[in-house]
Design a protein around this ligand. Structure first.
Ligand SMILES: Nc1nc2c(c(=O)[nH]1)N[C@H]1C(S)=C(S)[C@@H](COP(=O)(O)OP(=O)(O)OC[C@H]3O[C@@H](n4cnc5c(=O)[nH]c(N)nc54)[C@H](O)[C@@H]3O)O[C@H]1N2
Ligand SMILES: Nc1nc2c(c(=O)[nH]1)N[C@H]1C(S)=C(S)[C@@H](COP(=O)(O)OP(=O)(O)OC[C@H]3O[C@@H](n4cnc5c(=O)[nH]c(N)nc54)[C@H](O)[C@@H]3O)O[C@H]1N2
Ligand code: SF4
Ligand SMILES: [Mo]
Length: 746
């Protein structure tokens, strides 16, 4: 028996926990927290212990699948056959209809995958595909819009400085389940408890009494979609009571007076009914936040996936700024990652500033925002004939049949595609529609370093993990798959594709970029010199570059003591560069170097909010939730995570349940304008009356999927109920929280 121990970072979520993996005769026998990990110090959640189950899951695809024979059944083929199949399917579509007829959908695991996170940025421009969709428009798009306009970069997202704050308001986030989002910290719950232990206060604003609310000082059961009104009322109180004090940022701000004017109608009294709690509480919270030595408002998916997502996301920043909490210790701060990421660079198309609505979707006429239209447009763009109809889809690490609003429409539209290629590790609800499925390596067969997450981490740190297992001979990495797909989109023959060459081209482009960037340690240096000195290939070579040209980097000789990937490899427990430090104004990328608090694109939407205040509807609305033992739609096939009672239930308040005759444990029927479903009811005091809640990511009862564990606990897909046209106007982001529904006993 050969027992080995490996130290690694769990890639599943933003917590990036350090784990210790024991391997016995080629099998993972145990996963424990790594107490010496400088970042997570011995914390993990139940998912982290199951990476071995994921790795050994017999349903996880290891060879490409293509459809063959009369029944068009999936069969395993070699990699060269799979790429040839793609050539023969995809290229005729492009010849007939042009690249306009091809699109890609980029799903969430892309952001957590070593290869995909770095190489979608190569795939999109190199393939020539003009328009893509992503899970971003059912997620953080409102946040991206808000920070792009305020700070200049769409990923310039501050994070609450959990370890030093005295006062934290958590709006529409449940780290008890999610472990933090756009907030990278291990053991968020432990850190929240510590805020209280040191005499600080934690307030949770959520229609549900979540696990996070349970450990907070105060829970406010907000009506879904009312966050923007609440935030604006706080702003009104700050102005009214002379509490506006932006501190060090004072001279950087534009539009402060305008904000003072715009908030006038939104007094606590004007919004209390809409929010669902009294004006006195609203006023008190604003005063408490203003009085705290350092405090932060943290808003996440509940504030994004809703009717006023961009307004709410913008106002979170405005409140943090007006109380002097942006960019100060204990407030809302920007991290300084040891490795910068390509994703955070402003896309070249926006080099001259952000512009919205530069084009519209063909069928619905939805304006593009930050280069994308709502993901719910994809179904109609596939299903509606005419010039510009989508005929081919490349789906990368995504399961939009479950995750996108109007889910049934997409499920019905995908079979109409002439060509669908999935880069995915499972044959699931979405990929069952593909013509070719190209599986990525298991996470344990590839190196790991998070690309994006360190941009909102609560400390400046980093860690690299080498692969645990060698992949099977001849298996491509996902970065190679993406480069090959790009070449195939460009008409190359599968047999001629040289991914090394394409990688050199991509890498050469990045090197050229950094040598041209003023302030970079390699500014003006000869790109060839850097390329010659760089370590490895693919994402590792990129990582070496982004570390060496990062804030603590070795700078290709400029700072010989500095960091390189080689040095990081020697530190299996990671490296910690200390707590966050103020980063403004250097980080700002706005044209005038200032922060315009009142961008017209956003403030124009306040009228819609004002109108909404006056509308009194008392109907039931549906919101979403997460659970610590799931990850979106794709971890229900991991048996150890599926034990215990049924998690896919409709939570409903006892008052609503008795009024509607719905009984605990009995099937209830939910109907929306988009669809209907039946699901067991869970009658609980822990939800606001008037709100019902379903988890997202379920619905594993589709024929043709190969998910032997998940199919035994199928649950229902809440997005069958989500109307695709229900979007936050400014960002095009889906409104999956606050969907009007009717509920009855089934
Ligand atoms: N109603 C409602 N809908 C929602 C949400 C909600 O709260 N409510 N949340 C939204 C949010 S925030 C998100 S991010 C989206 C997620 O939406 P998606 O990204 O579309 O869905 P996931 O469930 O994350 O699916 C991930 C897919 O990637 C595959 N996969 C996993 N790991 C890998 C890998 O390493 N490589 C490859 N190639 N494939 C892999 C899985 O098999 C699965 O098919 O859902 C959104 N939809
Ligand atoms: N275990 C686990 N972890 C995950 C995921 C997962 O599926 N499982 N998904 C990952 C992904 S892709 C993401 S984006 C993050 C999301 O991370 P979080 O933002 O923390 O997501 P949730 O846990 O869904 O918490 C959102 C909360 O918003 C509340 N809410 C709904 N509507 C409103 C509203 O109008 N206003 C307010 N104030 N609250 C509202 C809901 O009741 C819910 O408690 O989690 C990530 N981490
Ligand atoms: S919280 Fe859980 S899933 Fe997230 S990184 Fe840590 S162990 Fe992995
Ligand atoms: Mo997400």
């Amino acid at each position: 028996m050969s027992e080995e121990t490996h130290f690694r970072t769990c890639h599943l979520c933003e917590a990036m926990c350090g784990i210790e993996i024991t391997v016995d005769d080629g099998r993972v026998s145990r996963i424990r927290p790594n107490p010496d990990d400088v970042w997570s110090q011995g914390y993990i959640c139940p998912k982290g212990t199951t990476l071995g189950d994921l790795h050994h899951d017999p349903d996880r695809l290891r060879r490409p699948l293509v459809r063959r024979g009369e029944g068009k059944e999936f069969v395993e083929v070699s990699w060269s056959e799979a790429f040839e199949e793609i050539e023969h399917r995809l290229q005729p579509v492009i010849e007939r209809h042009g690249l306009d007829a091809v699109t890609a959908y980029i799903g969430n695991p892309t952001a957590h995958n070593f290869s995909l996170s770095r190489y979608v940025g190569a795939f999109i421009p190199m393939s020539g595909i003009p328009r893509i969709y992503s899970s971003g428009t059912v997620d953080q798009w409102p946040k991206n819009v808000a920070v792009a306009l305020l700070y200049g970069g769409m990923w310039t997202i501050p994070t609450p400085d959990l370890d030093r704050t005295d006062y934290l308001i958590v709006m529409g986030a449940n780290p008890h389940a999610s472990q933090g989002s756009l907030l990278a910290a291990s053991d968020v719950m432990g850190r929240l408890r510590k805020i209280r232990e040191r005499g600080g206060k934690v307030v949770v604003i959520d229609p549900r009494r979540t696990g996070t609310a349970k450990i907070a000082d105060e829970w406010l059961a907000i009506r879904p979609g009312a966050d923007a009104a609440l935030l604006l009322a706080w702003v009104q109180v700050l102005f009214d009571e002379g509490l506006v004090d932006p501190g060090a940022l004072k001279d950087r701000l534009e539009g402060v007076e305008e904000i003072g004017r715009l908030c006038r109608d939104f007094t606590p009294e004007a919004v209390e009914d809409f929010c669902g709690f009294d004006a006195g509480t609203i006023r008190r919270l604003a005063r408490e936040l203003a009085a705290a030595p350092a405090g932060a408002v943290y808003g996440r998916i509940g504030t994004c996936n809703q009717e006023f997502g961009t307004l709410a996301s913008w106002l979170v920043e405005v409140v943090n700024i007006l109380t002097g909490n942006l960019d100060r210790p204990g407030g809302s701060m920007f991290s300084n990652p040891i490795s910068w990421s390509l994703t955070t660079l402003r896309p070249p198309e926006f080099a001259d500033g952000w512009e919205f609505g530069r084009w519209r979707s063909r069928v619905r006429g939805a304006p593009e925002v930050l280069g994308q239209v709502p993901v719910s447009c994809m179904a109609e763009e596939i299903a509606t004939p005419g010039e510009g109809q989508i005929k081919a889809l490349i789906c990368i690490a995504g399961n939009p049949v479950l995750s996108a609003p109007a889910a049934s429409k997409l499920d019905a539209a995908l079979p109409e595609l002439e060509c669908m290629i999935a880069v995915d590790n499972y044959l699931n609800e979405t990929t069952r529609h593909a013509h070719v499925i190209l599986p990525g390596l298991s996470p344990l067969e590839q190196p790991h370093y998070d690309e994006l997450m360190w941009n909102w981490s609560v400390r400046n740190a980093g860690k690299y993990a080498p692969p645990l297992f060698a992949p099977e001979e001849g298996r491509p990495h996902e970065w190679q798959i993406l480069l090959a797909l790009a070449a195939l989109c460009q008409g190359q023959k599968a047999a001629d594709v040289d991914t090394s060459l394409l990688d050199d081209l991509f890498f050469g482009g990045i090197v050229a970029l950094v040598t041209q960037r003023e302030g970079s340690p390699v500014y003006g240096k000869e790109p060839a010199e850097i390329i010659a000195e760089s370590d490895g290939r693919g994402p590792e070579r990129m990582l070496d570059l982004t570390i060496r040209t990062g804030p603590w980097g070795e700078g290709y000789g400029a700072n010989p003591e500095g960091l390189t990937l080689a040095k990081l490899r020697e530190l299996p427990n990671g490296i910690d560069m200390g707590p966050l430090e103020p980063r403004l104004p250097d980080l700002l990328e706005t044209p005038d170097g200032k922060i315009d608090l009142a961008p017209e694109y956003i403030t124009a939407d306040l009228e819609r909010l004002l109108q909404r205040l006056g509308r009194n509807d008392d109907g039931l609305v549906l919101v979403s939730r997460r659970h610590v033992r799931s990850k979106n739609s794709w971890m229900h096939n991991v048996a150890p995570l599926m034990t215990g009672k049924d998690r896919c239930t409709m939570q409903i308040h006892p008052d609503d349940a008795s009024r509607l005759g719905v009984e605990d444990g009995a099937l209830a029927r939910i109907v929306s304008s988009e669809g209907s479903l039946e699901v067991p009811a869970e009658v609980t005091e822990e939800i606001r009356p008037g709100v019902v809640c379903l988890p997202h990511g379920w619905g594993h009862d589709k024929t043709g999927a190969r998910l032997s564990v998940a199919s035994k606990h199928p649950g229902v897909c809440n997005n069958v109920l989500a109307p695709g046209e229900l979007v936050d106007v400014l960002s095009g982001n889906a409104v999956v929280n606050g969907i009007p529904v009717e509920v009855s006993p089934a």
